[in-house]
Design a protein around this ligand. Structure first.
Ligand SMILES: [Zn+2]
Length: 194
């Protein structure tokens, strides 16, 4: 589920919806925690879906490291991509704020970590926009993203965490271990399907 201090807003007819912060949210805050009510469809099942349903759902889904297609049950699924996103997916079943987010700011994520099915053009407005989202971006940029993500994860116990209780026991344990020993950090490259 997504952080309670967020809401969905329609941006414009081209972009459609986006997610916005209702309050200031500091770096290190868990923005989305994977929970047991997210819809999880394995790859084979997903590929067998009616094409109309499949294409429509795919827009709002990401793929986890087990090749499952995951659809968040709440407005987490409306987060748009930015090449300079303020949140990022991690290998801890959560998305984390990688910088301070101001009230009213759009909350964005890095689709390059979410195992997109095919490459496509994007114009996110970021001055470092990559222009094309590629299926192998995680391999190319994973090391850079890891630095930002690790730094943010290590702040977890220093900021308010409304979603901490939603995390699975395993995720909580892995985070506790990470906080004790940062060397144990698990790279986002571990989310890669290849
Ligand atoms: Zn971009």
């Amino acid at each position: 589920m997504i952080h309670p201090d967020t809401t969905i807003k329609n941006i414009n007819p081209i972009i459609g919806n986006g997610v916005f912060a209702l309050k200031d949210i500091p770096k290190g805050t868990i923005i989305v925690a994977r929970d047991t009510y997210d819809l999880v469809i394995n790859e084979n099942e997903f590929l067998k879906l009616d094409p109309v349903l499949k294409n429509s759902m795919e827009t709002y889904m990401y793929r986890d490291k087990n090749k499952n297609f995951v659809l968040s049950w709440d407005h987490a699924k409306y987060m748009n991509h930015s090449c300079c996103s303020n949140t990022m997916m991690t290998d801890y079943d959560l998305e984390i704020a990688v910088r301070d987010i101001k009230a009213g700011e759009e909350i964005t994520t890095e689709y390059g970590i979410l195992n997109i099915v095919e490459s496509y053009e994007i114009y996110c407005g970021c001055k470092n926009c990559r222009k094309i989202l590629k299926t192998d971006d995680l391999k190319t940029y994973g090391d850079i993203w890891d630095q930002t993500i690790k730094e943010s994860l290590l702040l977890i116990n220093t900021v308010a965490q409304p979603l901490i209780t939603v995390l699975s026991k395993e995720s909580k344990k892995r985070i506790e271990e990470l906080l004790k020993n940062p060397e144990l950090y698990s790279s986002v490259k571990n989310l890669s399907l290849n």
